[in-house]
Design a protein around this ligand. Structure first.
Ligand SMILES: C=CC1=C(C)c2cc3[nH]c(cc4nc(cc5[nH]c(cc1n2)c(C)c5CCC(=O)O)C(CCC(=O)O)=C4C)c(C)c3C=C
Ligand SMILES: [Fe+2]
Length: 365
């Protein structure tokens, strides 16, 4: 059976992990129940002439080691569920300058840092327009042809001003600001404790791309703390140019220019949507949510993903769409293994539809 069901969940309250909720939708006069699962991912710099990209030096671990050119191979190999990306002590490090042999990793006192990357969000309604300005001023979000690059900031000013009222409405409806900072801080604390329990003491930092605490602030703190090795963990399960790609470009620029940072061994975890723990926890969430329905078997599972411009995928090879669909396949496979055989569907949310052509609805019923 194949149907097109049209509703998007364009709430700004997307969490790095994911969230689920119920809804009932009338379709063709029939009322259907849904479990709505929001996943989050990202995109990457589309501009082919630019040198941002990743070289998956270690496909098995899926950790990206930085290289001088920082080239990204968008079509990465993916491990099966259950593959270990890395275990404590086996992280593959390199430096942004490519001089790992001389790096400070040989110092007697090793200090490991973990840098969590996220998008950031406005803390108050007054922050909405400047937050949107930062977002639209990012060439990984709005990509202008080289000749029109000088228009990036004026355009960001214009779009952020036009978009702010609608955006404010959304943030007002979830309490007057983004919950992302609080959630990310809690994740940082939990990660620190979990690693301490495994006798891997680390400092955990949070670096946001478009709002406080900015990635630049986190990097300054990393320097002050004299960290000797760094693991970069983007809190986006799937890789995209506009999310992990953009944040890593910021890091690349900072690290390249700084004598201390350019020699620091760094390991970047490019994506983790296929990790066993993630798939299991998504399946746990869905199972738990299904149990709250009177007739769980009749419920459709609705996956809602962020949209990315079509050109990111078709021209720049953004792996986001493929990774998202593989991720959902793995979650459904896990649910089936547990005896849950519900129908499911996937839709991509559309942000600022007038600016880009986005992947929109994709229905698999
Ligand atoms: C216009 C271009 C945008 C692209 C491309 C885009 C990709 C993208 N975004 C996320 C995750 C999040 N985006 C969030 C907010 C947000 N994103 C855009 C625009 C694009 N996103 C806007 C204009 C906004 C602001 C809210 C709004 O006005 O709709 C958030 C929420 C942050 C928060 O406040 O908590 C997240 C999360 C992904 C994963 C992605 C590409 C895959
Ligand atoms: Fe977004």
């Amino acid at each position: 059976m194949s149907q097109a069901v049209g509703f998007g969940v364009a709430s700004p309250m997307k969490l790095s992990t994911s969230a689920s909720r119920h809804m009932s939708v009338k379709f063709n006069g029939l009322s259907r129940s849904f479990v709505c699962v929001s996943s989050q991912s990202e995109s990457q710099d589309i501009e082919k002439s630019r040198s941002l990209s990743f070289s998956p030096l270690d496909n098995k671990t899926n950790a990206v080691r930085s290289s001088q050119s920082f080239l990204c191979n968008p079509v990465e190999k993916r491990g099966a569920v259950g593959d270990r990306i890395y275990a404590a002590g086996t992280v593959a490090y390199d430096t942004f300058s490519g001089t790992a042999a001389e790096s400070q990793s040989n110092t007697a006192e090793e200090k490991i840092g973990v840098l969590l990357l996220n998008l950031g969000g406005p803390d108050t309604l007054n922050d909405v327009q400047p937050f949107l300005y930062n977002l639209f001023a990012d060439p990984d979000i709005i990509r202008l042809p080289r000749l029109f690059r000088f228009l990036q900031r004026p355009l960001a000013q214009l779009i952020s001003t036009l978009r702010a009222p609608k955006s404010k409405e959304g943030y007002a409806s979830i309490g007057g600001g983004s919950p992302l900072r609080k959630i990310t801080d809690e994740q940082a604390e939990s990660l620190k404790l979990a690693l301490e329990e495994k006798e891997v003491p680390v400092n955990v930092y949070v670096g946001m791309r478009y709002w406080y605490p900015f990635t630049e602030e986190a990097v300054e703190q990393i320097k002050k703390d004299k960290i000797t090795k760094l693991v970069v963990l983007p809190l986006y399960p799937q890789f995209s140019i506009s999310t992990t790609g953009s944040s890593v470009r910021v890091l690349q620029n900072m690290f390249r220019e700084d004598p201390y940072l350019s020699r620091m061994p760094v390991s970047i975890i490019k994506s983790w949507y296929q990790r066993e723990g993630y798939i299991q926890s998504m399946a746990d969430l869905i199972e738990k949510e299904l149990e709250t329905f009177t007739n769980p078997d009749e419920v459709m599972i609705f996956f809602s993903a962020h949209g990315v411009p079509v050109s990111y995928v078709t021209d720049a090879g953004d792996p986001y769409k493929d990774q998202m669909e593989e991720c959902i396949h793995l979650i459904m496979q896990e649910l089936k293994r547990r005896g849950v055989a519900n129908d499911h569907t996937l839709a991509y949310q559309v942000n600022c539809k007038t600016v880009f052509s986005y992947y929109s609805l994709e229905i698999h019923i």
